[in-house]
Design a protein around this ligand. Sequence first.
Ligand code: 3H9
Length: 698
Amino acid sequence: MTDKITYERQGEIAVLRITNPPVNALSHAVRQGMMERMDEAEADENVRAVLIVGEGRAFIAGADIREFGKTPLEPHLPDVCNRIESSPLLVVASMHGVSLGGGLEVALSAHYRIAQPSARVGLPEVNLGLIPGAGATQRLPRVIGAEMAIEIITSGRQIGAGEAEDLGIVDAIEEGDPETVGLAYAERLLAEGAARRPVSEMPAPAPIDWDATYASVLKRGRGQIAPAQAVRAVQAASELPFAEGLKAERQMFWDLMKTDQRQGMIHAFFSERAVGALPELKDVAPRDVKSVGVIGGGTMGAGIATAALLSGLSVTLVEMTQEAADAAHSRIDGNLSAAVKRGKISREKHDALLNGALTLATDYDALSEVDLVVEAVFEDMEVKREVFGRLDAVCKPGCVLATNTSYLDVNEIAAATRRPEDVIGLHFFSPAHVMKLLEIVVADATAPEVVATGFALGKRLGKVSVRAGVCDGFIGNRILATFRAAADHMVLDGATPFEIDSAIRNFGFAMGPFEVSDLAGLDIGWATRKRKAPTLDPRARVGRYADRLCEEGNFGQKTGKGFYIYEKDQRGGTPNPQVMEYVEAERAERGITPRDFSEDEIQRRYMAAMVNEAAKVVGDGIARRPLDVDMVLLFGYGFPRYRGGPLKWADMVGLPALLADIEGYAQEDDFFWQPAPLLKTLVDKERTFDDLNKEAAA
Ligand code: 3H9
């Protein structure tokens, strides 16, 4: 008998308590235990009802994701759910914390559900590349209708107890110990003579326009298949008898289980949690951070200040003039007001943050007592060194001195102080209060507890923090520079920027590289090209067509014109015809005869460049593990989550084929396409990037 489910009789009620820390995932032992304890309850002639509760911080967080991909062991979860639902006893679930995926499916198999006010429910399977596989696509629409069920399943969102009660997913809400509350509820139901209420016996949901819904969900998923498949599963609930519908759901669930998308999503799930687990920080305590200084109140500085304020830190922002400080104040006001609009904070909270927790100053002395400073000034080494010299003079001992530089040498910045051990890179992505990625750049002298403080701050701000070493562009921007160059080369050789954008969107990115450039501002790339020009290797190919746009003052969205032309009040832009004039003129100048590029070739070259540079970044030790690179691309660069990240994708495509592509491209340009030594080694040894992830975790 497993000890994952404890059994205790309270009067006429058998209490089944799931005890599988940390989140009561439905592992094999739990499933087996549920079956056995249901038998035990039914065999006990004094028992009239069963109460299912969870131990610890959640009712049940779902199936055990660690078991996916392995041979499934009986009893399967749908059988457990059916077993619960078909019991002759009255079954009640008392839910607290989260009831997700299989957790909600267990609850839907109970005859009645009561929840804590703080409880949340949801079906997040689509975030793992799956659909619910233990009856939720059949039971939920019987409870709340097809349309609402589809919304919940395809979004994967978590629903608060209040909404769940309004929808009829839970029958009652009561605050208190889940067991006490559940027992009282079950006793009430018994006293009232309430009947068993199996959801499977409720009428099938009314039909909706299935094909139109399927098409719109498919489109919204940008290539993701699970949400669209969920529409078909709910359709089965409407059109087939319950048992048949359940079979259809099961088939779709297993078909999805075999896909690369499922593998990619689950890789993302575990990697997102693994990035912060660094062995060298295991026993290192972070420094206490209650107050943060920010230098510079432009878009980036204001975004960082906003993120810090929203996480409950007090912020002192230093600008050069009162005018600039006022502008920073109104930027932060704008960011916080947007948070009010989205319902994230109340208007009172907005006022308290803006007028209480935020201080604006024009003098560095205001930073003398803060625990951590993030510098977000102009990207120029001399300017940064001056700022760090001044910080060194005013900040208290133990204050963490962070730079938000996106490519400059953090060692050189640290050398401007007498305390390089306190200096670190905290590279935020714009808008900093929205983007989830934080690169934590560890310089030669950075103390481990300063690194730990960076990770602790990242966690507090709700970021996915990834450790990076020092190099031009760190992890993300270094890889970006390479795949962006591959796109540039394709334009020189015959593709249009618009074809490339479309191919990359069809791969699953939210935007193509030229659309991203327009959004970020073409002046940024222009400045980078100028910066790199003096040291550029003569063999490097760099297009000049984008410079021509910039020379005419066309910097993309902010000026209304770049690769695309943007009309006021219109979403997106239309291709700017001038671009191809410039491109064609440059091709003629360089003596290039343009050729056609298929969508497949565009995607392959773009991805080959990304993977090759990513492999160099891992090989050079700039990223510790392949999964670190994957998370940087996912959370900072719009890489489609369902593909797991470039190196997970590479594993799934097959490294030998990728290397062959790169070696093929090297025949045309052996300077740009130099295969990463790590990639070659992995191919030689018939290993994968994931093997390296596993090795690091061992
Ligand atoms: C499903 O149910 C399929 C069914 O429809 C059909 C089946 C036939 N399994 O996130 P945290 C671990 S699909 C295994 O850091 P938080 C997690 O890895 C499933 N492990 O904490 C971490 O481990 P470690 C549908 C799991 O408080 C630890 O628990 N369910 C699972 O920020 C703490 O997690 C989901 O997709 C799991 N299901 O958030 C829910 N869940 O300490 C996925 C968590 O070693 N989970 N772990 O790093 C979540 O969304 C969040 O983890 C949760 C807690 C909200 C529960």
